[in-house]
Design a protein around this ligand. Structure first.
Ligand code: ATP
Length: 294
């Protein structure tokens, strides 16, 4: 299950239901969580988590993977005879703005459908994904895609080429609701969001240079206010030669676009050496969404 970054994240005023309307361009990158599903006794739903940030992941119904399994059993199965033990190996940092939880939710939907031999139409699967969370339908789809509504309505985008990214992980997570709350304070007159045309042009031509200057995240000022150190991380990355830099989603992960694999290696080394972030990883995108392996 890949992580995602938002190449564009345009945010409107909060709706009556509390969600914000989004116009976003999702991009799946090669940093993966693994979710394994095994039979458990009827009506037993359990999750075991290891790896990056495992101690911060809820093991109760707050866990998106567990919620996904229960939702699928309730809506599509003889639910009193189904049960599952989910084992999650995390590489995507928790509360990092990379939608790790959403990816695990999408993976659990697929893995449980396979395990329980539930024949579910792709459309119905996407519906369940949207119920679970705004980023979950994209996690099923992967690639590069335009998201609207609250992010749950996704359509593949016309995008050429492969992009090289360097991801810098923060020392602490950032709460997505807290970032949106601060966005509301900073933008009392937010307008209806629109996808930036220049960014879509850049994707169509496959130009990393053009993409670098059109990356656009409305949540970035709010994230920088809540974690001012992120401003230094973004500046450092640009000084070391990135083509573009942005906070990923609600942060605190910072994403840097470079034009080649060697440039990604150089930037990772430079960013690791200056100690502003907890860890640095290289990734490429776009990559496919949730996949069943084995
Ligand atoms: P969001 O998807 O809300 O933008 P994010 O990408 O910043 O969030 P996630 O790693 O998805 O970060 O985690 C957000 C919160 O979701 C975590 O703090 C955690 O409490 C909860 N959570 C639920 N299930 C999971 C999971 N399987 N992995 C990680 N976090 C999970």
């Amino acid at each position: 299950m890949p992580a995602k970054i938002n190449l564009a994240l345009k945010v409107g005023p909060a709706r009556a239901d509390g969600f914000h309307p989004l116009a976003t361009v999702y991009h799946a990158v090669s940093l993966y969580d693994e979710v394994h599903a095994a039979w458990a006794n009827p009506d037993e739903f359990e999750v075991v988590v290891s790896g990056e940030g495992a101690d911060q992941v809820p093991l109760d119904d707050g866990n998106l993977a567990l919620r996904a399994a229960r939702l699928l059993a309730r809506t599509h199965g003889p639910h009193d005879s189904l049960g599952v033990t989910l084992t999650i190996k995390k590489s995507i940092p928790v509360a990092g703005g990379l939608a790790g939880g959403s990816s695990d939710g999408a993976a659990a939907l697929l893995a449980c459908a396979m395990l329980w031999d539930i024949d579910i139409a792709p459309e119905a699967l996407r519906g369940l994904a949207g119920e679970l969370g705004s980023d979950v339908p994209f996690a099923l789809l992967g690639g590069t895609a335009v998201g609207s509504g609250r992010g749950e309505e996704v359509v593949p985008a016309l995008a050429k080429g492969t992009y090289h990214w360097v991801l810098a992980f923060g020392h602490q997570g950032l709460s997505t609701p807290a970032v949106y709350r601060h966005f509301d304070e900073l933008n009392p007159h937010a307008r209806q969001p629109e996808i930036p045309a220049e960014l879509m042009n850049a994707l169509r031509t496959g130009s990393a240079h053009q993409l670098g200057v059109t990356l656009d995240n409305d949540l970035q000022p709010a994230a920088l206010d809540l974690q001012p150190r992120l401003g230094q991380v973004l500046e450092a990355g640009m000084e070391y030669g990135a083509l573009g830099a942005m906070v990923s989603g609600s942060g605190p992960t910072c994403a840097f676009l470079v034009d080649s694999e060697p440039a990604a290696v150089d930037l990772s080394i430079a960013l690791s050496a200056d100690g502003l972030c907890r860890a640095v990883r290289r990734a490429t995108g776009p990559v496919p969404g949730a996949r069943v392996v084995g």
